[in-house]
Design a protein around this ligand. Structure first.
Ligand code: GDP
Ligand code: MG
Length: 162
């Protein structure tokens, strides 16, 4: 069976944009208004001759538990139904309470977790990503999903983890 990569994170951090970057095609729906991605959508990916499945998550409805609860539930699902998890945060915003809630779930993960600091469109933003070490998920991997900056290196790291 093909390995599964799950992409999690709070709304609007660029999960679907990153999924499209991984796929090399625009298939996942990117929206300026958060909350558009349906619950979980699986796509077929291919990198360096290896096939894998990418799961775009995010169809949260702010529930009784609020946003953090809904996103944490997606993270819980992701780490039990995948072979590796990419958690995306917005480097231009920094770690939010929701990012912390997701990270708390993922720190218990038995599958490898890669922390992606997205929206690093400019090298000057790399220094800001150091604060994301506080999430306890290891070294933040700076990328720009929109422009593709560093996305090849990220894909190599993903394949090594799968
Ligand atoms: P999702 O809700 O996490 O799936 O986020 P989306 O992929 O739908 O993106 C939300 C918004 O962030 C859109 O307006 C994207 O164009 C924007 N975005 C995504 N990645 C980047 C990036 O690397 N740099 C910048 N500047 N914007 C980005
Ligand atoms: Mg999305």
């Amino acid at each position: 069976p093909k390995p599964v990569l799950a992409v999690v994170g709070r709304p609007n951090v660029g999960k679907s944009t990153l999924v499209n970057r991984i796929l090399g095609r625009r298939e996942a729906v990117v929206q300026d208004t958060p909350g558009v991605t349906r619950d979980r959508v699986a796509y077929d990916a291919l990198w360096n001759g290896r096939k894998f499945t990418v799961l775009d998550t995010g169809g949260w409805e702010p529930s009784a538990d609020g946003l953090a609860g809904a996103v944490a539930a997606q993270a819980e699902y992701a780490m039990t139904h995948s072979d590796a998890v990419v958690v995306v945060v917005d480097a231009t915003v920094g770690a939010t309470a929701t990012d912390e809630a997701v990270s708390k779930v993922l720190r218990r993960s038995k599958v490898p977790v890669i922390l992606v600091a997205n929206k690093v469109d400019d090298d000057r933003l790399i220094a800001d990503t150091a604060s994301l070490w506080s999430l306890g998920l290891g070294e933040p991997f700076p990328v720009s999903a929109l422009h593709g900056r560093n996305s090849g290196d990220l894909l190599d790291a993903i394949l090594a983890a799968l």
